[in-house]
Design a protein around this ligand. Structure first.
Ligand SMILES: [Cu+2]
Length: 847
C-alpha cells in the first residue's frame, strides 16, 4: 500500500525508513499515509468474540487406511480421524508411476469453533468418500510417483463472497463458480499449472477459460474419458521433501475463492531422503502441518453485529452468507481506510469493490479458530504455511502459564503480562522464553544448514525487515521444536507481531486486547492476531534420542549460485548469466482505487510509471533451459511476496537502489539472503526501496504425454507465441495479485517426454489356477525416441526377476511358476530407458 507517491524517479530508501521506523510503535504518522483516520472508520465488520477457552484441539490429518502404501496411518502423530481429510489415490489406468485422485469442489458447512456457525465454505473433497471439512482434499505424495487429480466442479452459481465485477477477468454475466487448480510449488507441465485462464465451470455451462487444455477433448479425456465439468491435473512430484499447497487461481476471483476455502495442503515426501536423515530429525510420522488463515466471520449480534456495522452486506452477499458464523469479506473501497483518487476522470468505485488488502481479525490454524496442539515431551517437526490473503507473520515462541494468553503492552507493543482465560484473572508475570525454533527447510526443500531462532520475543524491526521467524503470504517453513525439557502441562504460544500491511501497517490491523484501534479484541477472545497458536505438553513415554543440529541433505537440484566468501554477503552468480530487470509498482485504476502492478524498467504509459497490466503482451518469454538473474526493483511501500510458477529460485541479494536518468542503479551495500533463505525458494519477500535479485534455471518437467502449446495470444499485437508454455508470476498478497500484480511467464520449448508404460494383459497370477505368468506391457515414447533398455530394477528377495523380452510396441515378461506360494504379493519393477535417457518404470505385483 502506498505510503508515498511513486514519481517515476524512484523513491529514496530514507523515506521508507522514516515511515517504517515510526510505524511499529506510533499511532501518529507524519506522512499522509492511507490509514490516518482508521480509528474512526468502522467499515470493517467484526467477528464474534468467541471464547478461547472453548476452542478445539488442533486438527490433524484424517489419513486414509494406507498413506503412500508404505507407512501405516497409525504411525502418524497427526493422524486424526476427525481432522483434515487426506485423499486416497488409486493406480492410474492411463499413466505409469502415477496415482489418480478423484476430487470434487463443492459448497458445504463446517464447524470452525464450538460456539460459532456452522460456516458455509467452498472447498475440495474426495469424490468417492465425500467427507467435507475446511482444507479437505489434502494430498500426501511420494517422490517418484506422480499425481493425477480428476477434479469435478459442482460449485453453486452464486458465490458466498461478494464478487467485484469491475476488475480484470470479471464482468456482469461472467460465471462466479469458475475454478482453476494451481499446485503452488509444483514442477508441472503448463496445462496442469491451473493458471488464471485455465478455469472451467460446472458442466462447463458457464464456459471455460482461454487456456483450458485439460478438460473434455484434451489428452486426458483421450487417455481416460471424462465428462463436462471435469478437468485433470498431472503433477510430477519430481521434487524433494516439501509442503506445497494447491488452491484456486481463476482469473478475477482467486482471492475470494481461496478465502472461501478452495485451498489445501500438498505434502511431497522423498522417502529415501527422509530415511537417510535417520534420527537427526524427527521422522515424517512426527510431522504436524500448520496452515494459517485470517478471517472475519459474520457476527449475529443485533446491536453490534455485521448487519448493523455493514448495512450493505445484506445486499451484496447471498442469504446463506448472512447467517452468524458465515465468512465475511470486505467489499467497500472505503476512502477512510484506503487511498482513493477522486476527481475528473475517475469513476466511483462499485459495491462490491476490490480492496487493496484484506486483514482478518480471527486467526485459524488447520481450519479451526484458536486451536490448541497437544505435544509429547519430545521433538516434533512442523511444516507451516501462511495461507492468509495479505497478513505476514513474525513468530516468537513464548512459554505461558497454563490457560494463559500473552497480553501485549499497547505502548511498547511487546509481551508484558498474561491473562488466564479460564479463571478470568490477570497474571502479572511476563511470559518466559520457550524452546528454540530450528528451521530446516523452506517451501522448496531443505536449507543448506539449520537456522536456529531463539525462544523468547524477537520483535519485528521495520527498519531492517528482520525479526524472528518471518513468513510472508504463501511462504512455508519446515522446522523442529524440541519439547523434551518440559513437564506435562507446560504451555506455549506462537506470538505474532508482524504488521499488516508489511512492513509498516496501521495498528487497526493488529488485533490484540488493549489496542485502542481494535476495541473488539477483548481478553480471552478469539479476536486476536498476536496469540496465534497454543501448545500444551502432555504426558508421553516416547524416548527421543537427543542429537545436535542435523546435517541436512545438499540442495536438490544443485545450487546455481554459490555462497559468498563473506558470511551474509550476496551469492556468487556464474559469469555471463543474463540479467532481467523488473519493477514492482503502484498506481490508481479508473475508479481511483490503488492498484499494484509488475513491469519492466522501461517506462510504460505516460504518468503510469513502469507497471504493466497482466493482460499486456508478455515480456518474460524465455527459452526452456535458460538460466537468468532477475533483479526486481520495488517502487512501492510494501513488501511483496512474489511467487514464481514452474521453477524455484535462489535469493542472491537485496540492495537499496536509485533511479538516475531513467537507469535503475543498485546503491549502497548489498546483503545476501537471510539465513533461512539459503536454499531454494519459490515465494520471495521483496522489500520496499530494495532491489531483490534471484536466479532461476527455466527447466521444464518430464511427463509421459505430449503437451500442447498455449494458443492464447500473449505476444506483441496479440500474436500467438510459438511453442508457448503459459505460466505466471505474481504477488501472493491475493488482493495485489488480482489487481493487477501478475504477469505472464512464457517458457518456450517442448517438455521432455518420459516413456509411458501400461500393462496390456491381466494381473499376474503365478500360483494356483489359472496361472497367468505371461505379462505384456505397451510402451509409448516421444516422437523420434526409441527404447534403449528394459531392465529389472528391483525384485523381492528370493524371487529373481526374469529378463524382459522386447516386442514391437513394448515388452513381455514371463514369470516362473513359483514352487512355494508367497506369503505376500511379490513385487518386481522394470525400468524402461529411452534413447534420450528418460526413464519410466512399472511394478508387477504377482500373487
Ligand atoms: Cu504485493
Amino acid at each position: 500500500m502506498a505510503a508515498s507517491e511513486q514519481n517515476g524517479k524512484g523513491i529514496s530508501r530514507r523515506k521508507f525508513l522514516q515511515i517504517s521506523a515510526l510505524a511499529a510503535g506510533a499511532t501518529m504518522l507524519p506522512m499522509p499515509v492511507r490509514w490516518l483516520g482508521t480509528n474512526n472508520a468502522q467499515a470493517i465488520a467484526q467477528s464474534p468474540a468467541l471464547l478461547k477457552s472453548r476452542s478445539y484441539l488442533l486438527r490433524g490429518l484424517a489419513l486414509p487406511p494406507m498413506v503412500l502404501g508404505l507407512i501405516p496411518n497409525t504411525a502418524f502423530y497427526a493422524n486424526d480421524p476427525g481432522g483434515i481429510p487426506v485423499l486416497d489415490g488409486t493406480p492410474d489406468p492411463a499413466f505409469a508411476d502415477t496415482l489418480k485422485y478423484n476430487v470434487t469442489a463443492s459448497e458445504f458447512t463446517d464447524q470452525l469453533h464450538p460456539d460459532m456457525g456452522p460456516t458455509t465454505l467452498w472447498g475440495y473433497h474426495d469424490t468417492n468418500n465425500p467427507v467435507k471439512r475446511h482444507l479437505g482434499g489434502a494430498i500426501i505424495a511420494a517422490r517418484g510417483t506422480a499425481t493425477r487429480i480428476r477434479m469435478t466442479n459442482t460449485l453453486p452459481a452464486t458465490h458466498i463472497i461478494p464478487v467485484d465485477n469491475s476488475i480484470p477477468g470479471t464482468g456482469l454475466g461472467v460465471a462466479q463458480n469458475r475454478i482453476a487448480v494451481h499446485l503452488h510449488g509444483g514442477f508441472i507441465p503448463w496445462i496442469s499449472d491451473g493458471g488464471p485462464f485455465d478455469w472451467w465451470t460446472p458442466n462447463n455451462a458457464g464456459g471455460t477459460g482461454l487456456s483450458f487444455k485439460n478438460g473434455p477433448g484434451s489428452l486426458f479425456d483421450t487417455a481416460d474419458p471424462m465428462v463436462l465439468g471435469q478437468a485433470d491435473y498431472y503433477y510430477t512430484n519430481d521434487q524433494s521433501t516439501r509442503l506445497m499447497w494447491y488452491h484456486d487461481h481463476a482469473h478475477g476471483i482467486t482471492r475470494i475463492n481461496a478465502y472461501a476455502g478452495v485451498a489445501t495442503g500438498y505434502l511431497c515426501l522423498d522417502l529415501a531422503q527422509e530415511q537417510a536423515l535417520g534420527t537427526s530429525i524427527p521422522p515424517v510420522t512426527s510431522l504436524i502441518p500448520l496452515v494459517y488463515q485470517d478471517k472475519v466471520f459474520v457476527n449475529g449480534d443485533p446491536v453490534n453485529g455485521t448487519l448493523v456495522t455493514d448495512p450493505t452486506w445484506a445486499t451484496v452477499a447471498p442469504a446463506r452468507a448472512q447467517t452468524p458464523g458465515s465468512l465475511w469479506y470486505e467489499h467497500i473501497y472505503d476512502p477512510k481506510l484506503f487511498r482513493l483518487k477522486k476527481g475528473r476522470g475517475y469513476l466511483t468505485p462499485p459495491n462490491p469493490s476490490c480492496i487493496p488488502e484484506f486483514f482478518g481479525d480471527t486467526m485459524l490454524c488447520n481450519g479451526t479458530v484458536a486451536p490448541v496442539v497437544e505435544v509429547e515431551p519430545r521433538r516434533f517437526r512442523f511444516m507451516l504455511l501462511n495461507a492468509c490473503n495479505a497478513r505476514f507473520l513474525n513468530i516468537s515462541m513464548l512459554q505461558v502459564q497454563p490457560n494463559c494468553e500473552v497480553v501485549t503492552d499497547p505502548k511498547t507493543l511487546a509481551p508484558a503480562s498474561q491473562y488466564d482465560y479460564v479463571a478470568n484473572v490477570a497474571v502479572a508475570a511476563a511470559p518466559l522464553p520457550g524452546p528454540q525454533i530450528i528451521q530446516i527447510g523452506t517451501e522448496a526443500g531443505y536449507l543448506q544448514a539449520p537456522v536456529v531462532f531463539p525462544g523468547g520475543f524477537v520483535p519485528f524491526n521495520p527498519a531492517t525487515f528482520t525479526g524472528n521467524l518471518i513468513i510472508g503470504c504463501a511462504e512455508r517453513a519446515d522446522f523442529i521444536i524440541d519439547f523434551s525439557a518440559y513437564a506435562p502441562g507446560t504451555e506455549f504460544v506462537f506470538y505474532n507481531d508482524a504488521p499488516g500491511p508489511f512492513p509498516a501497517g496501521p495498528p487497526s490491523n493488529d488485533y490484540f486486547a488493549g489496542n485502542p484501534a481494535t476495541p473488539a479484541a477483548v481478553l480471552g477472545s478469539t479476536i486476536d492476531t498476536r496469540n496465534i497458536l497454543r501448545f500444551r505438553v502432555k504426558a508421553g513415554t516416547v524416548v527421543d534420542p537427543q542429537v545436535g543440529l542435523p546435517t541436512l541433505p545438499p540442495m536438490d537440484p544443485p545450487p546455481l549460485a554459490t555462497p559468498a566468501a563473506v558470511a551474509g554477503g550476496p551469492l556468487t552468480v556464474p559469469a555471463g548469466t543474463p540479467l532481467r530487470d523488473l519493477t514492482l509498482n503502484e498506481d490508481f485504476d479508473v475508479y481511483g482505487r490503488l492498484r499494484q502492478t509488475i513491469g519492466t524498467t522501461k517506462p510504460a504509459l505516460v504518468g503510469k510509471g513502469f507497471g504493466l497490466d497482466y493482460l499486456a503482451p508478455a515480456t518474460e518469454v524465455i527459452a526452456a533451459g535458460t538460466t537468468e538473474v532477475w533483479r526486481i526493483f520495488n517502487l512501492t511501500a510494501d513488501t511483496h511476496p512474489i511467487h514464481f510458477h514452474l521453477q524455484d529460485c535462489q535469493v542472491i541479494s537485496r540492495q537499496p537502489f536509485k533511479v538516475v536518468s531513467g537507469r535503475f542503479t543498485p546503491t549502497g551495500v548489498a546483503r545476501g539472503p537471510e539465513p533461512n533463505e539459503m536454499g531454494w525458494k519459490e515465494t520471495v519477500r521483496m522489500n520496499p526501496g530494495e532491489v531483490t535479485s534471484v536466479i532461476f534455471k527455466w527447466d521444464m518437467s518430464a511427463v509421459p504425454f505430449t503437451v500442447p502449446f498455449s494458443d492464447r495470444p500473449m505476444g506483441a499485437a496479440a500474436t500467438v507465441i510459438p511453442q508457448a508454455n503459459e505460466f505466471v508470476y505474481h504477488c501472493h498478497i491475493l488482493e495485489h495479485e488480482e489487481h493487477d500484480m501478475m504477469r505472464p511467464l512464457v517458457i518456450t520449448g517442448v517438455n521432455p517426454q518420459r516413456p509411458n508404460i501400461l500393462p496390456t494383459s491381466a494381473a499376474a497370477t503365478v500360483t494356483g489356477a489359472p496361472a497367468t505368468p505371461l505379462l505384456s506391457f505397451a510402451v509409448t515414447l516421444a516422437a523420434g525416441s526409441t527404447i534403449a533398455s528394459i531392465v529389472a530394477t528391483s525384485s523381492d528377495a528370493g524371487y529373481p526377476a526374469p529378463a524382459a523380452v522386447t516386442t514391437a510396441t513394448g515388452f513381455d515378461v514371463t514369470l516362473p511358476t513359483l514352487v512355494i506360494a508367497p506369503a505376500a504379493p511379490i513385487k518386481l519393477t522394470y525400468t524402461v530407458t529411452d534413447s534420450t535417457g528418460l526413464k519410466s518404470s512399472v511394478t508387477i505385483t504377482a500373487t
